[in-house]
Design a protein around this ligand. Structure first.
Ligand code: AMP
Ligand code: MN
Ligand code: MN
Ligand code: MN
Length: 293
Protein backbone atom coordinates (compact mmCIF):
# COMPACT_ATOMS: atom_id res chain seq x y z
CA UNK A 1 0.00 0.00 0.00
CA UNK A 2 1.10 3.59 -0.46
CA UNK A 3 0.24 7.12 0.57
CA UNK A 4 -2.12 7.29 -2.42
CA UNK A 5 -4.85 4.96 -1.14
CA UNK A 6 -7.95 6.68 0.20
CA UNK A 7 -7.69 5.87 3.91
CA UNK A 8 -9.87 7.64 6.49
CA UNK A 9 -8.79 6.52 9.95
CA UNK A 10 -10.65 8.92 12.25
CA UNK A 11 -14.40 9.47 12.69
CA UNK A 12 -17.20 9.18 15.26
CA UNK A 13 -20.55 7.38 15.39
CA UNK A 14 -23.55 7.51 17.76
CA UNK A 15 -21.51 5.17 19.98
CA UNK A 16 -19.66 8.36 21.02
CA UNK A 17 -20.41 11.91 19.85
CA UNK A 18 -21.18 11.41 16.17
CA UNK A 19 -24.72 11.58 14.77
CA UNK A 20 -24.57 8.68 12.27
CA UNK A 21 -24.63 4.94 12.98
CA UNK A 22 -21.59 2.82 12.06
CA UNK A 23 -23.58 1.54 9.05
CA UNK A 24 -24.45 5.06 7.86
CA UNK A 25 -20.81 6.12 8.23
CA UNK A 26 -19.59 3.09 6.26
CA UNK A 27 -22.02 3.88 3.43
CA UNK A 28 -20.95 7.53 3.39
CA UNK A 29 -17.25 6.65 3.48
CA UNK A 30 -17.67 4.23 0.59
CA UNK A 31 -19.71 6.74 -1.43
CA UNK A 32 -16.83 9.21 -0.97
CA UNK A 33 -14.26 6.71 -2.27
CA UNK A 34 -12.73 5.49 1.00
CA UNK A 35 -10.87 2.19 0.54
CA UNK A 36 -9.54 1.68 4.08
CA UNK A 37 -11.65 2.87 6.97
CA UNK A 38 -11.54 3.00 10.80
CA UNK A 39 -14.26 4.10 13.22
CA UNK A 40 -12.56 5.79 16.21
CA UNK A 41 -15.21 6.52 18.84
CA UNK A 42 -14.05 8.40 21.94
CA UNK A 43 -13.09 6.03 24.78
CA UNK A 44 -15.26 3.26 23.27
CA UNK A 45 -14.90 0.17 21.12
CA UNK A 46 -18.55 -0.88 21.39
CA UNK A 47 -19.15 -0.10 17.70
CA UNK A 48 -16.20 -2.03 16.30
CA UNK A 49 -17.84 -5.28 15.25
CA UNK A 50 -20.71 -3.39 13.57
CA UNK A 51 -18.28 -1.05 11.82
CA UNK A 52 -16.15 -3.90 10.51
CA UNK A 53 -19.19 -5.78 9.20
CA UNK A 54 -20.54 -2.59 7.59
CA UNK A 55 -17.15 -1.81 6.00
CA UNK A 56 -16.98 -5.30 4.54
CA UNK A 57 -20.56 -5.06 3.28
CA UNK A 58 -19.45 -1.95 1.36
CA UNK A 59 -16.29 -3.68 0.07
CA UNK A 60 -13.93 -1.53 2.20
CA UNK A 61 -10.95 -2.82 4.17
CA UNK A 62 -11.14 -2.05 7.89
CA UNK A 63 -8.81 -1.24 10.79
CA UNK A 64 -10.19 -1.33 14.34
CA UNK A 65 -10.08 2.08 16.00
CA UNK A 66 -10.66 4.22 19.07
CA UNK A 67 -9.69 7.69 20.32
CA UNK A 68 -8.60 7.74 23.97
CA UNK A 69 -8.87 10.88 26.12
CA UNK A 70 -5.59 11.48 27.97
CA UNK A 71 -4.48 14.17 30.42
CA UNK A 72 -0.96 15.38 29.59
CA UNK A 73 0.66 18.48 31.07
CA UNK A 74 -2.76 19.58 32.35
CA UNK A 75 -4.27 19.46 28.85
CA UNK A 76 -6.60 16.94 27.24
CA UNK A 77 -4.74 15.11 24.47
CA UNK A 78 -6.30 12.47 22.22
CA UNK A 79 -4.51 9.24 21.32
CA UNK A 80 -5.93 7.21 18.45
CA UNK A 81 -5.52 3.44 18.59
CA UNK A 82 -5.60 1.45 15.35
CA UNK A 83 -5.43 -2.22 14.44
CA UNK A 84 -5.90 -3.67 17.94
CA UNK A 85 -7.83 -6.79 18.91
CA UNK A 86 -11.39 -5.50 19.49
CA UNK A 87 -11.97 -8.24 22.09
CA UNK A 88 -8.93 -7.39 24.24
CA UNK A 89 -10.01 -7.38 27.91
CA UNK A 90 -7.36 -4.93 29.21
CA UNK A 91 -8.20 -2.35 26.54
CA UNK A 92 -11.92 -2.74 27.23
CA UNK A 93 -11.35 -2.24 30.97
CA UNK A 94 -9.07 0.77 30.44
CA UNK A 95 -11.66 2.42 28.21
CA UNK A 96 -14.47 1.63 30.69
CA UNK A 97 -12.41 3.30 33.44
CA UNK A 98 -11.75 6.32 31.20
CA UNK A 99 -15.47 6.66 30.45
CA UNK A 100 -16.30 6.24 34.13
CA UNK A 101 -16.18 9.86 35.25
CA UNK A 102 -18.24 11.22 32.36
CA UNK A 103 -21.68 11.13 33.97
CA UNK A 104 -20.54 12.93 37.12
CA UNK A 105 -18.71 15.51 35.02
CA UNK A 106 -21.82 16.00 32.89
CA UNK A 107 -23.97 16.56 35.99
CA UNK A 108 -21.48 19.23 37.12
CA UNK A 109 -21.57 20.87 33.69
CA UNK A 110 -25.39 20.90 34.01
CA UNK A 111 -25.16 22.46 37.50
CA UNK A 112 -22.76 25.15 36.31
CA UNK A 113 -24.93 26.01 33.32
CA UNK A 114 -27.97 26.24 35.64
CA UNK A 115 -26.06 28.90 37.62
CA UNK A 116 -25.90 31.07 34.51
CA UNK A 117 -29.61 30.55 33.83
CA UNK A 118 -29.55 27.56 31.45
CA UNK A 119 -31.73 24.89 33.02
CA UNK A 120 -32.17 21.20 32.24
CA UNK A 121 -28.91 20.92 30.28
CA UNK A 122 -27.83 17.57 31.76
CA UNK A 123 -31.15 15.94 30.85
CA UNK A 124 -31.11 17.73 27.49
CA UNK A 125 -27.60 16.57 26.64
CA UNK A 126 -28.41 13.03 27.72
CA UNK A 127 -31.21 12.91 25.14
CA UNK A 128 -28.60 13.48 22.43
CA UNK A 129 -26.22 10.80 23.72
CA UNK A 130 -26.58 7.58 21.74
CA UNK A 131 -24.50 5.89 24.45
CA UNK A 132 -25.38 6.99 28.01
CA UNK A 133 -21.84 6.05 29.16
CA UNK A 134 -20.38 8.50 26.68
CA UNK A 135 -22.03 11.82 27.43
CA UNK A 136 -19.73 14.43 25.89
CA UNK A 137 -19.50 18.19 25.65
CA UNK A 138 -20.67 17.74 22.06
CA UNK A 139 -24.07 16.55 23.35
CA UNK A 140 -24.36 19.68 25.53
CA UNK A 141 -23.48 21.77 22.49
CA UNK A 142 -26.26 20.16 20.43
CA UNK A 143 -28.79 20.71 23.23
CA UNK A 144 -27.82 24.38 23.64
CA UNK A 145 -28.31 24.93 19.91
CA UNK A 146 -31.70 23.19 20.05
CA UNK A 147 -32.63 25.36 23.06
CA UNK A 148 -31.81 28.47 21.04
CA UNK A 149 -29.00 29.58 23.37
CA UNK A 150 -26.47 29.62 20.50
CA UNK A 151 -26.58 29.44 16.71
CA UNK A 152 -24.16 26.56 16.29
CA UNK A 153 -22.07 24.13 18.28
CA UNK A 154 -18.80 26.01 17.87
CA UNK A 155 -20.43 29.09 19.42
CA UNK A 156 -21.48 26.91 22.38
CA UNK A 157 -17.89 25.72 22.88
CA UNK A 158 -16.58 29.27 22.59
CA UNK A 159 -19.04 30.76 25.07
CA UNK A 160 -19.68 27.92 27.53
CA UNK A 161 -17.64 24.73 27.28
CA UNK A 162 -13.94 25.61 27.14
CA UNK A 163 -11.56 26.52 29.95
CA UNK A 164 -12.49 29.80 31.60
CA UNK A 165 -16.15 29.60 30.51
CA UNK A 166 -19.10 28.94 32.86
CA UNK A 167 -19.84 25.36 31.75
CA UNK A 168 -16.25 24.09 31.78
CA UNK A 169 -15.50 21.31 34.25
CA UNK A 170 -11.88 20.11 34.36
CA UNK A 171 -11.48 16.37 34.22
CA UNK A 172 -8.65 13.86 34.66
CA UNK A 173 -8.57 11.31 31.84
CA UNK A 174 -6.21 8.34 31.26
CA UNK A 175 -2.42 8.78 31.49
CA UNK A 176 -0.41 8.87 28.26
CA UNK A 177 1.53 5.76 29.29
CA UNK A 178 -1.61 3.74 30.07
CA UNK A 179 -3.37 4.70 26.84
CA UNK A 180 -0.37 3.74 24.69
CA UNK A 181 0.14 0.51 26.64
CA UNK A 182 -3.51 -0.60 26.37
CA UNK A 183 -3.40 -0.10 22.61
CA UNK A 184 -0.02 -1.77 22.11
CA UNK A 185 -0.72 -4.74 24.35
CA UNK A 186 -3.94 -5.30 22.37
CA UNK A 187 -1.77 -5.62 19.25
CA UNK A 188 -2.44 -2.13 17.89
CA UNK A 189 -0.62 1.10 17.08
CA UNK A 190 -0.90 4.33 19.07
CA UNK A 191 -1.16 7.58 17.09
CA UNK A 192 -1.15 11.18 18.38
CA UNK A 193 -4.43 12.73 17.18
CA UNK A 194 -4.54 16.25 15.62
CA UNK A 195 -1.43 17.64 17.42
CA UNK A 196 -2.02 21.22 16.26
CA UNK A 197 -5.21 21.39 18.34
CA UNK A 198 -3.56 21.40 21.77
CA UNK A 199 -2.09 24.88 21.76
CA UNK A 200 1.17 23.57 23.19
CA UNK A 201 4.37 25.60 23.29
CA UNK A 202 7.30 24.11 21.35
CA UNK A 203 8.69 22.69 24.61
CA UNK A 204 5.39 21.10 25.64
CA UNK A 205 4.95 19.60 22.18
CA UNK A 206 8.50 18.23 22.26
CA UNK A 207 7.72 16.64 25.64
CA UNK A 208 4.52 15.06 24.29
CA UNK A 209 6.24 13.57 21.25
CA UNK A 210 9.27 12.38 23.27
CA UNK A 211 7.24 10.75 26.04
CA UNK A 212 4.86 9.23 23.50
CA UNK A 213 7.82 7.62 21.73
CA UNK A 214 9.28 6.38 25.04
CA UNK A 215 5.96 4.69 25.83
CA UNK A 216 6.04 2.93 22.46
CA UNK A 217 3.82 5.23 20.38
CA UNK A 218 4.44 4.90 16.64
CA UNK A 219 2.25 7.35 14.71
CA UNK A 220 0.96 10.91 14.38
CA UNK A 221 -1.95 12.40 12.44
CA UNK A 222 -0.59 14.71 9.77
CA UNK A 223 -3.53 15.20 7.39
CA UNK A 224 -6.65 15.66 9.53
CA UNK A 225 -9.82 17.73 9.38
CA UNK A 226 -8.42 19.59 12.40
CA UNK A 227 -5.27 20.83 10.59
CA UNK A 228 -4.70 23.58 8.04
CA UNK A 229 -2.56 22.81 4.98
CA UNK A 230 0.32 24.70 6.65
CA UNK A 231 -0.04 22.37 9.62
CA UNK A 232 0.15 19.31 7.31
CA UNK A 233 3.67 20.51 6.45
CA UNK A 234 4.60 21.27 10.08
CA UNK A 235 3.58 17.82 11.29
CA UNK A 236 5.01 16.02 8.26
CA UNK A 237 8.38 17.45 9.34
CA UNK A 238 7.79 16.49 12.97
CA UNK A 239 6.79 12.94 11.94
CA UNK A 240 10.13 12.63 10.15
CA UNK A 241 12.07 14.19 13.03
CA UNK A 242 10.56 11.72 15.51
CA UNK A 243 10.53 8.78 13.10
CA UNK A 244 6.76 8.38 13.41
CA UNK A 245 4.41 6.92 10.81
CA UNK A 246 1.76 9.33 9.52
CA UNK A 247 -2.02 9.01 9.60
CA UNK A 248 -4.90 10.61 7.71
CA UNK A 249 -8.45 11.05 8.98
CA UNK A 250 -11.35 13.45 8.65
CA UNK A 251 -12.53 13.43 12.33
CA UNK A 252 -16.03 13.46 10.82
CA UNK A 253 -18.84 13.73 13.41
CA UNK A 254 -22.00 14.83 11.61
CA UNK A 255 -23.25 15.96 8.18
CA UNK A 256 -24.60 19.13 9.84
CA UNK A 257 -21.56 20.08 11.90
CA UNK A 258 -18.37 18.71 10.36
CA UNK A 259 -16.61 20.86 7.80
CA UNK A 260 -14.54 17.91 6.55
CA UNK A 261 -16.40 14.97 5.05
CA UNK A 262 -15.15 11.37 5.08
CA UNK A 263 -12.48 10.56 2.51
CA UNK A 264 -12.00 13.99 0.93
CA UNK A 265 -8.75 15.25 2.48
CA UNK A 266 -5.52 15.43 0.45
CA UNK A 267 -3.22 12.42 0.47
CA UNK A 268 -0.33 12.25 2.92
CA UNK A 269 2.89 13.86 1.69
CA UNK A 270 4.72 11.16 -0.29
CA UNK A 271 7.91 11.12 1.78
CA UNK A 272 6.08 9.83 4.88
CA UNK A 273 5.46 6.24 5.96
CA UNK A 274 1.70 5.77 6.25
CA UNK A 275 0.47 4.01 9.39
CA UNK A 276 -1.32 1.49 7.16
CA UNK A 277 2.00 0.26 5.81
CA UNK A 278 3.08 -0.70 9.34
CA UNK A 279 -0.41 -2.10 10.08
CA UNK A 280 -0.66 -4.21 6.91
CA UNK A 281 -0.96 -7.41 8.96
CA UNK A 282 -3.79 -5.93 11.06
CA UNK A 283 -6.05 -4.85 8.18
CA UNK A 284 -9.33 -6.77 8.13
CA UNK A 285 -9.81 -7.28 4.40
CA UNK A 286 -13.17 -7.06 2.70
CA UNK A 287 -14.18 -10.34 1.14
CA UNK A 288 -13.14 -10.33 -2.55
CA UNK A 289 -15.80 -11.18 -5.11
CA UNK A 290 -15.57 -14.91 -5.85
CA UNK A 291 -13.64 -15.84 -8.97
CA UNK A 292 -10.95 -13.20 -8.41
CA UNK A 293 -7.55 -13.69 -6.83
P1 AMP B 1 -15.37 15.76 25.65
O1 AMP B 1 -14.67 14.46 25.32
O2 AMP B 1 -16.69 15.55 26.31
O3 AMP B 1 -14.49 16.73 26.41
O4 AMP B 1 -15.75 16.47 24.27
C1 AMP B 1 -14.75 16.68 23.31
C2 AMP B 1 -15.38 16.78 21.94
O5 AMP B 1 -15.96 18.05 21.78
C3 AMP B 1 -14.37 16.68 20.81
O6 AMP B 1 -14.13 15.34 20.49
C4 AMP B 1 -15.06 17.39 19.68
O7 AMP B 1 -15.97 16.52 19.05
C5 AMP B 1 -15.87 18.45 20.41
N1 AMP B 1 -15.22 19.78 20.40
C6 AMP B 1 -14.15 20.17 21.11
N2 AMP B 1 -13.88 21.47 20.88
C7 AMP B 1 -14.81 21.92 20.00
C8 AMP B 1 -15.08 23.17 19.36
N3 AMP B 1 -14.34 24.24 19.62
N4 AMP B 1 -16.13 23.24 18.52
C9 AMP B 1 -16.90 22.16 18.27
N5 AMP B 1 -16.69 20.95 18.83
C10 AMP B 1 -15.66 20.83 19.69
MN1 MN C 1 -15.69 14.35 19.30
MN1 MN D 1 -10.00 14.40 19.08
MN1 MN E 1 -12.06 12.66 16.98
Amino acid sequence: MTTSINADLHCHSVVSDGTLTPEQLAARAHANGVQLWALTDHDEIGGQHRAMAAAHAQGMDYLTGTEISVTFAGTTVHIVGLGFDADDAQLAQGLADTRGGREERAREIGDQLARVGIHGAFEGALRYAGNPELISRTHFARFLVEAGVCHDTSEVFRKYLIEGKPGYVPHRWASLGDAVRWIREAGGMAVIAHPARYGFTANEEYALFSEFKQHGGQGVEVVTGSHTPAEYATYAALAQEFDLAASRGSDFHSPNESHTDLGVLPNLPGQLTPVWDLLAGRVLHAPRPSGTA
